[in-house]
Design a protein around this ligand. Structure first.
Ligand SMILES: O=P(O)(O)OC[C@H]1O[C@H](O[C@H]2O[C@H](CO)[C@@H](O)[C@H](O)[C@H]2O)[C@H](O)[C@@H](O)[C@@H]1O
Length: 280
């Protein structure tokens, strides 16, 4: 028997009903870390939850499209999740670097803009800026963006708070945007976010319904965009919050607005399987 999917808001119930009624006009989009992949101390060791590929593959052929919208470089998300060549995901799209990059499974092509000059300059400056940071602080060079992580520090939140002002000043000096996240502060090119990326993708696919699932502050822009589409274009939607299973509190800016809260990537996989079951 299919598991019950129980949105806690009337708008979410309408979104779910619309998706089940007309899946061919629905798009499902997912954040990667914390949503499809369990959070781990080393980002390069993150992997999609073992149930993700089969659950997405069951769902994707029934929907207008499935996308991953992530702060990771698109190629990194594809590698960590094993998306390339995955049966059933021949039409998956990955929007990486908050939408700056795009990878389409159908062609295998990756599109990406040139590196922002602020990133090039900051790359040489950051080691000195981080020299006095608490042990365990480290820099993830993502190519088009630089992310300072504190998850491995003894006091991750305090370490991040101490770095906040100097990193924001450095970002301002180089014309970069600051993207805070779970024990990470990322400096990246401005002018793009998950909301802009998701809106553009939904228009491209002429979606009437969207399911979006995320877990972190970078996903708030996508929530904002979906709410705007609900209000202005009568798009039906189901906003899902993947709540941390790491002991961290959920990101309130998502949890307080979500139509459905699920327990981490395992809960997301259960939701996808329940949707696939319900679609028959
Ligand atoms: O948009 P996302 O797909 O959620 O990517 C956002 C950031 O995710 C990664 O960091 C997070 O996951 C790591 C691995 O589990 C974890 O160690 C870290 O504490 C989390 O913040 C990634 O490393 C960042 O570059 C992304 O910006």
């Amino acid at each position: 028997m299919a598991a019950t999917i129980a949105p806690t808001t009337p708008a979410g119930a309408a979104g779910l009903a619309a998706l089940l009624k007309d899946p061919a006009r629905a798009v499902a989009a997912f954040d990667f870390d914390g949503t499809l992949a369990p959070i781990v101390p080393d980002p390069d060791r993150a992997r999609a939850h073992p149930g993700v590929l089969s659950a997405l593959a069951r769902l994707a052929p029934r929907l207008a499209a499935v996308a991953v919208v992530t702060g990771r470089p698109a190629a990194t998300a594809v590698r960590l999740a094993g998306f390339a060549g995955a049966p059933g995901l021949e039409h998956l799209t990955v929007l990486g670097h908050y939408g700056l990059e795009r990878w389409d499974a159908a062609t295998g092509e990756l599109s990406a803009p040139p590196e922002h000059p602020g990133i090039t300059a900051l790359r040489t400056e950051l080691p000195a800026l981080l020299a006095a940071a608490p042990a365990g602080t480290w820099l993830e060079d993502k190519g088009r963006a630089l992310a300072v992580h504190t998850r491995r520090a003894a006091e991750p939140d305090a370490a991040l708070a101490a770095l906040d002002a100097p990193l924001r000043a450095a970002a301002a000096r180089h014309g970069l945007a600051v993207e805070p996240g779970r024990m990470v502060l990322e400096l990246r090119p401005p002018g793009m976010d998950k909301g802009v990326a998701l809106t553009s993708f939904l228009r491209e696919r002429e979606a009437a319904t969207v399911l979006f699932a995320g877990d972190d502050l970078g996903d708030v822009a996508a929530y904002d965009a979906v709410d705007a589409l609900r209000a202005t274009e009568r798009v039906d939607a189901l906003l899902v919050c993947s709540a941390p299973t790491t002991g961290e509190p959920p990101v309130r800016a998502l949890a307080d607005r979500a139509d459905l809260i699920v327990p981490g990537p395992e809960g997301v996989v259960a939701l996808l399987d329940a949707l696939a079951d319900a679609l028959g």
